[in-house]
Write a new protein. Sequence first.
Length: 126
Amino acid sequence: MTSANYTLILGELLEEEPESPSLPSLPSLMSFEPAEQISILRKLYYRERVKENRCNSLYYLFNIGKIVLGNDLSLKESKLTHHYYRGCKRLYLLFERDESQIMRTKTMTFKDLIRLKKREYATLMV
């Protein structure tokens, strides 16, 4: 039996509209250490969350996951909570093939992704 979160996220991964979504611009982070990059992105994430911009929020969390996995950071090195550490990695792996798909999502939230069971997440990754 699959959960409502699984069904929702599966539908979001298959969403085709809009055809050419635009991604928010990221500040140049290359001159910063990974932990500082994460800190900057976390501030951008909180800002978008306050503005209730769900897609941009997910996009910044996706980029945090990209930094965590790209630099092979531990939980301690990332300076994230376990909740965000695990969720950002999941988000990145889910959308790494096409990050613009994040902007096509209609209702998916970070909580929906966190609430997926391991088995359901693994099925989405196939």
